[in-house]
Design a protein around this ligand. Structure first.
Ligand code: SF4
Ligand code: SF4
Length: 377
């Protein structure tokens, strides 16, 4: 095994099947790679059936179908049925765009366990501007359909400077839709979101106000709706335990078959991630250089190497280390012990200096053909 001090890696428990990078929407915080149009050679149905079988044999039990927009894959119900036969707990992560009642019924019959729908804003104009499609009413309709077919209503709203002032309206919308779960997912600043960071990162004051609002609804709605408020880690002084440690729990398969320890890792240079078209999933997980690169602690530099907290956070996020220091083996600069922490404080200070006002930079959308003139607010 290359480079790692872990002799027997834990088996993956989560499989994220990114079925496609295609999507009719254009979110400026999309987690797909910024060069996603270079990777158009999607795995076919048989390839995906094999991926599901092999990952399950290796130990995966939770399965997310995501993208892009997974609904654009015509074989989605076939894959869902196979997942059910294998005993996965399956979750569809969708914008809802393109979902019909017949499709919900088909997926239910095939054995899908869970559907998560994302809405960009509780206001039609902003939702449609950010999505680049007239999708607001349709998403609401899909949310109701999901309930009608006996699924828990799981709503996800990605939070950023453009919609954070709408926190109360977001919470009211979730109540109106009878959501069982509301995920208020502060943007994670990789890929497209990193590109648009100055236009998307809220100020500390905005975050505090939004969190207080979410907290008050959380108390009020105890027992009826579960609210998860995901804090943006740039504002913390310790990093998140990214992916529960590299190559310990999560396995992502990208649309073209590239295997990744995290869906954002594709943008790390020089790691030569293996492809399921050439190598078995077991071999990739256990023996590939890329999956072993940041397992264990031997790869760490100071201050992580001698830090007692490394067992809790594994040195944080490799993508964040690379984006801010140019070296993916550094401590995540979110950590106040990192010698590069000033790079994060500069970003936060710049966001707070704006104090909720607009930047002069326009947002960069992932499908420019859909974009209308949109000025950040
Ligand atoms: S974040 Fe938006 S653009 Fe990206 S895949 Fe999801 S819905 Fe599509
Ligand atoms: S120095 Fe490294 S291991 Fe210690 S808290 Fe910071 S990121 Fe975590």
């Amino acid at each position: 095994m290359a480079g790692s001090d872990i002799l027997s890696p834990a088996k993956p428990r989560w499989l994220l099947a990114e079925l496609t990078y295609r999507c009719p929407l254009q979110c400026p915080y999309c987690s797909n790679p910024v060069d996603y149009t270079r990777h158009t050679d999607e795995l076919d149905t048989d390839d995906w059936l094999g991926v599901l079988t092999d990952a399950r044999a290796l130990g995966a039990v939770q399965l997310g179908f995501s993208g892009g927009e997974p609904l654009v894959r015509r074989d989605l119900a076939v894959l869902v049925r196979h997942a059910r036969q294998l005993g996965y707990y399956s979750n569809l992560i969708t914008s809802g765009y393109g979902m019909t009642e017949a499709k919900v019924a088909e997926l239910k019959e095939a054995g899908l366990d869970h559907i998560q729908i994302s809405i960009q804003s509780p206001e039609k104009l902003l939702n449609d501007q950010l999505a680049g499609t007239e999708s607001f009413e349709h998403k609401q309709k899909v949310a109701r359909l999901v309930k009608k077919y006996g699924y828990p209503m799981v709503l996800c709203v990605v939070i950023h400077r453009q919609n954070i002032h709408q926190m109360q309206a977001i919470l009211e919308m979730a109540m109106e839709l009878n959501a069982d779960y509301l995920e208020l997912a502060n943007t994670q600043y990789y890929g497209w979101a990193h590109l648009n960071r100055d236009q998307l990162l809220p100020s500390r004051r905005q975050l505090k106000e939004a969190e207080a609002m979410a907290q008050s609804y959380k108390e009020r709605l105890k027992g009826t709706m579960k609210i998860y408020y995901v804090v943006p880690d740039l504002y913390e002084d310790r990093p998140k335990a990214c992916m529960n440690g590299w190559g310990t729990t999560f396995l992502t398969i990208a649309p073209d078959g590239v295997a990744l320890p995290c869906h954002a890792a594709r943008e790390l240079p020089g790691l030569d991630f293996p492809n399921v078209r050439d190598t078995s999933i077991e071999d990739i997980w256990l023996h590939s250089k890329a999956f072993n690169k940041f397992r264990g602690f031997n790869w760490m530099k100071e201050p992580c190497r001698s830090c007692p907290e490394k067992v809790k956070d594994f040195g944080g996020c490799r993508c964040q280390a690379y984006l801010y220091t140019g070296d993916m083996s550094q401590a995540d600069p979110v950590c106040s012990l990192s010698p590069h922490h000033d790079k994060i404080t500069q970003v936060i200070d710049a966001a707070s200096a704006l104090s909720g006002r607009a930047t002069s930079k326009p947002l960069v959308f992932r499908n420019p053909k859909n974009s209308r003139a949109f000025r950040p607010s």
